[in-house]
Design a protein around this ligand. Sequence first.
Ligand code: MN
Length: 519
Amino acid sequence: MAHKVFIFDTTLRDGEQTPGANLNVDEKLQIARHLELLNVDVIEAGFPFSSPGDFEAVRAVAREIRGPQIAGLARAFAKDIDACWEAIKEATNPRIHTFISTSDIHLKHQMRKSREEVLEMAAAAVKHASQYTSNVEFSAMDASRSDLDYVAQVFTAVIDAGATTLNFPDTVGYAIPDEFGAKIKYLMEHIPNIHQAVLSVHCHNDLGLAVANTLAAVMNGARQVEVTINGLGERAGNASLEEVVMALSTRRDRLEYFTDIVTQYIYPTSRLTSKLSGVPVQPNKAIVGANAFAHESGIHQDGVLKDASTFEIMTPTAVGIKKSSLPLGKLSGRHAFKNKLREMGFYLNDDELNRVFARFKSLADRKKTVYDEDLISLVETEVIYKSVPEHFRLVELVVLTGTMARPSANVKMEVGGQLLGPYSVFGDGPIDAAYKAITHLAGSKCKLLKFAVSSITGGTDAQGEVSVRLEDEGHVVTGQGVDPDVVTASARAFINGLNRLNFLKEGGPVQKGPKPEEL
Ligand code: MN
């Protein structure tokens, strides 16, 4: 009989610790809604004690998301656990996740405590958490480098104190699969009360082995896996949700386990997470990379055309990658448009629909065929990324460029409701000129850290998609813009980023607090 493996998603906690990624409350909610559609068992929404912003985000997720359990992270201190409970208590099934280090390296150099003291702290923390809920998870930080008998001793004590999930993290990504699997087996055999709890693993990818180690643990008795969308996370990241889930589902012949994940939501969730975090997915990434289902070799192409199973071990549709069907054109009406978006899983209110439809009509005038990918981008730019107030708005942009002209831009924009410009300036190229004009009108001192442009579909009439990363006064944000004209797309991305910075400075959403200790 196949055993269920519980999916604990930590995209919003460990994933958010990815360098450069930071999510505001609204963005965390959007990802959480997708995780609910994916049907993960547990969403770790953040570390409430670490900052007021993180507290707010965890509370918002706990209030809104009804399906999955909502976990909050807390160090093994009463004040951390109390704050965690305050943030998660309105969830349908809240979980307190507390942790302490168990490795001699950490005990000696970081905590300066004895094994006995740490064991007492762990049991006391779990006991404290159990006063609030029976759903308590305990993690032994740096477990894979800890003395295994000591971890077994700590786990035995915390189960007695009320822990129902025990997590064995490979915090530093040091383990290799057969060794890691053997450790899980040993724990299953040497913890007398282990049947009262679920054993979990949390693997990091420093050696590229996070997914392999996770699967080795499952094969030896672990029944919860801690994973992230796109493998986001500290340093080289965590085991990726999509890879673990698809390995289990594709190789059911060898791995007699199942998850409750609705795999068709994998790709949309991956894309949303990438866009909102500003961390792109490498093209050759397993399952969700742009090339994951692209066949280049002639022999492979020929085989796939005759029968997909010749070179495809799973189908793109199984993970929610849809081939462009029935593209829309400029004669398509509002009704067909609305139905199309519904089919793609976007439920917009009337106001949102009107905005996206207006952008669609102007796009269809300039571009013969509007593909699904174009529609996704329109919805993303008009609805999803507009999660911050538009303090800055582009009114008019004219650029002059070419082999014979010195590149220049002329910009009119609205700043706080006031029309400014036109302002003209020369630049090294048209985008540089446009950025100089916008920076001047906005009165911004931000630094451009990253600029990336890509095309959404093939062909010269494809839309350009621009992503920028901006920094100002210690805040780092990502801005996105889409347009058939790359200079306009660049200006939109820049202004979107400026709006995000402005929102952050006004103290709106989540600001990064002190860096949480890593599990
Ligand atoms: Mn971690």
